[in-house]
Design a protein around this ligand. Structure first.
Ligand SMILES: Cc1ncc(COP(=O)(O)O)c(C=O)c1O
Length: 469
C-alpha cells in the first residue's frame, strides 16, 4: 500500500465513460489520506489509479485497463512512455557504466552536453547538469546572485519553480508554500494573465486561440501589455532595491494553468531587468523540448534570449534529470568555488537524455506538438463558444489550458471535478482546480485528440444537463 500511494501522488483524473478506453486528465485533486504507514501521508486521489505499465501515450492499470495519458506525469514524458529507442539507449548504457562522477571524463556526459548546447543559441553554451528542476532553479538562483552581486529575484504570481527551501521563495502559489521562513530576497509581481487579469484583449496571445475579451488596440500596439509592464515597473519602484539579481519566468506559466502573457511582455521585461543589473532566466522545465510546437524552446516564441535557461522533466522523458544552461561570462563568476553534485550528469541519465534529443528529431515530436496542438486548441475553442462553463482555451502546441467558469459574466471558478464524474468521492483542494492542463506525451495522434474531444464534449454536455442549462 505504501508504494502504491507514493506511485500515484500524481494529478491524474479518470474519465470512466468508455470503460475499455478511459481517458486521463489532470485536475489537481488533492487528498490527505489516512496514513497507511508512517511513511506516506498524501496522494491526489482517494482511490489513486494503480498504474502498472506505460507505452507511448498509453498507461495501463493493474487490472489491465488502458488510459490515454493527457498529462504525461506533469509534461514530463516527452516522447512517450518506455519509448523503444530511449529504452534501448538506457539498457545499453546500464550494461556499460552506471556511475562515475563529473570530476572524471566520460564520453556520454561530453557527447550529451555538446548535443544539448547545439540546440541553444549563442551565448548559451555552458551546461550544468542536475537531477531535477528544483535543483536547476536553485543553482540558477545561486549563479545569478554570484554573478550580479545582487540578491533580489522577481517571479510571477501563480508560478511554480520548485519545492526546495530556496525555490519555494520563487514559487508564488499558496498551495505549495509552508509556514516557515522562506523566500528571503524573492518578490513576486503581477502575472500578465490576459484572461483573468485586469487587462487583456483579442490579439494579446501568441496562440491560435485568443480570449473572448473585446479589444480596440491598433495592430502592433497592445494596451494590456503596457498595463502589465506598468505593474512590473511598480514592483521595481516599491518592492526591490535599485539593483536586482534576476527575473525568473516561464515562457508559458505551467502549474498556474498554461497562462500566456501578452506578446512582447517578456521582451520589455527583460530590458527593464537588465537595466537594473539583473539576469533573465527562462524556466523551460515544462515548455522546453519542442512542446510549444513552433519552437524547440518556449523563449524563442517571445523573441528573447535569456541569460540562463533551466530545464528538467521532458529532458529525460521521465528519467530524473535537469540542467542549467548559461553564458561563459556567468559561468566564470561561478568558478570561484568548487561545484560538486554526485549524481548530476550520471552516465545513464546522459544516455537517456541524448536519445531523447535524437528521438524528438527522428519522430518529429515538435511537429506533432504543433499539428495536434493546433487541432486541439481550435476544436476546444469551438466548445468554449458552445458552452457557458468553458471560460478560456489557451496555449501553444501540446501545452494547453482549459479554464472552467460558472458563467462567462462572473468568471467565477468552476472546479473541474464538478463537471467530470471522476472516481473520487470527496476532495480537498490544490489550485488551480479550475483549469484542465493538457500536456500529453508528444506522440499523441489526431485520433487520440478526437477521442479526447468527444469525451470532453460529452462530459460538459452532461454537466450542463444536470445543472439545467
Ligand atoms: C516550471 C517548473 N519549474 C520547476 C519545477 C520543479 O521541478 P522538479 O519537480 O523536477 O524539482 C517544476 C515542477 O513541476 C515546474 O513545473
Amino acid at each position: 500500500t505504501t508504494s502504491m500511494n507514493l506511485l500515484f501522488g500524481l494529478p491524474l483524473c479518470l474519465l470512466p465513460f468508455l470503460p475499455h478506453q478511459p481517458l486521463l486528465l489532470n485536475t489537481l485533486l488533492y487528498f490527505i489520506i489516512p496514513p497507511p504507514s508512517p511513511l506516506i501521508t498524501l496522494t491526489y486521489y482517494k482511490k489513486p489509479v494503480f498504474t502498472h505499465q506505460g507505452y507511448m501515450q498509453w498507461l495501463w492499470d493493474v487490472d489491465g485497463k488502458r488510459y490515454l495519458d493527457l498529462f504525461a506525469g506533469v509534461a514530463t514524458v516527452s516522447v512517450g512512455h518506455c519509448h523503444p529507442k530511449v529504452t534501448a539507449a538506457a539498457e545499453k548504457q546500464l550494461k556499460r557504466l552506471w556511475h562515475t562522477t563529473s570530476i572524471y571524463v566520460y564520453p556520454t556526459l561530453h557527447e550529451y552536453c555538446e548535443k544539448l548546447a547545439s540546440y541553444l543559441p549563442d551565448p548559451l553554451k555552458v551546461i550544468y547538469l542536475t537531477n531535477s528542476g528544483s535543483e536547476a532553479n536553485d543553482l540558477a538562483m545561486l549563479m545569478a546572485r554570484l554573478h550580479t552581486g545582487n540578491y533580489d529575484i522577481i517571479t510571477f504570481r501563480g508560478s511554480y519553480h520548485g519545492g526546495s527551501p530556496q525555490t519555494l521563495g520563487l514559487t508564488s502559489n499558496t498551495a505549495y508554500k509552508y509556514p516557515i521562513a522562506n523566500g528571503l530576497g524573492c518578490t513576486n509581481t503581477m502575472c500578465p494573465d490576459v484572461f483573468r487579469g485586469p487587462w487583456g484583449g483579442s490579439h494579446c496571445r501568441d496562440s491560435p486561440v485568443q480570449t473572448t475579451r473585446e479589444c480596440s488596440c491598433a495592430q502592433g500596439h497592445c494596451m494590456a501589455n503596457e498595463q502589465y509592464i506598468g505593474q512590473l515597473k511598480e514592483t521595481f519602484a516599491t518592492s526591490v532595491p535599485n539593483r536586482i539579481a534576476a527575473f525568473f519566468g516561464e515562457p508559458i506559466q505551467g502549474v498556474g494553468g498554461a497562462v500566456q502573457y501578452p506578446k512582447n511582455y517578456l521582451k520589455e521585461a527583460y530590458r527593464l531587468v537588465r537595466e537594473r543589473g539583473g539576469v533573465c532566466i527562462a524556466d523551460e522545465v515544462q515548455t522546453g523540448f519542442g512542446r510549444t510546437g513552433t519552437h524547440f524552446w518556449g523563449f524563442q516564441g517571445h523573441g528573447v534570449i535569456p541569460d540562463m535557461v533551466t530545464m528538467a522533466k521532458g529532458i529525460g522523458n521521465g528519467f530524473p534529470m535537469g540542467a542549467v544552461v548559461t553564458t561563459p561570462e556567468i559561468a566564470a563568476s561561478f568558478g570561484q568555488g568548487v561545484h560538486f553534485n554526485t549524481f548530476a550528469g550520471n552516465p545513464v541519465a546522459c544516455a537517456v537524455a541524448s536519445s531523447v534529443l535524437d528521438t524528438i528529431s527522428e519522430d518529429g515530436s515538435q511537429q506533432t506538438s504543433l499539428k495536434v496542438g493546433n487541432y486541439l486548441l481550435t476544436q476546444l475553442a469551438k466548445l468554449r463558444d458552445k458552452y457557458e462553463i468553458i471560460g478560456d482555451v489557451r496555449g501553444k502546441g501540446l501545452m494547453i489550458g482549459v479554464e472552467m467558469v460558472k458563467d462567462k459574466v462572473s468568471l467565477e471558478c468552476l472546479f473541474c471535478h464538478h463537471c467530470f464524474p471522476c472516481n473520487i468521492p470527496s476532495l480537498l483542494f490544490l489550485p488551480p482546480l479550475q483549469t484542465f492542463r493538457i500536456k500529453p506525451p508528444m506522440c499523441i495522434t489526431m485520433e487520440d485528440a478526437d477521442f479526447f474531444l468527444a469525451v470532453f464534449n460529452k462530459s460538459v454536455h452532461n454537466y450542463m444537463e444536470r445543472r439545467g442549462g
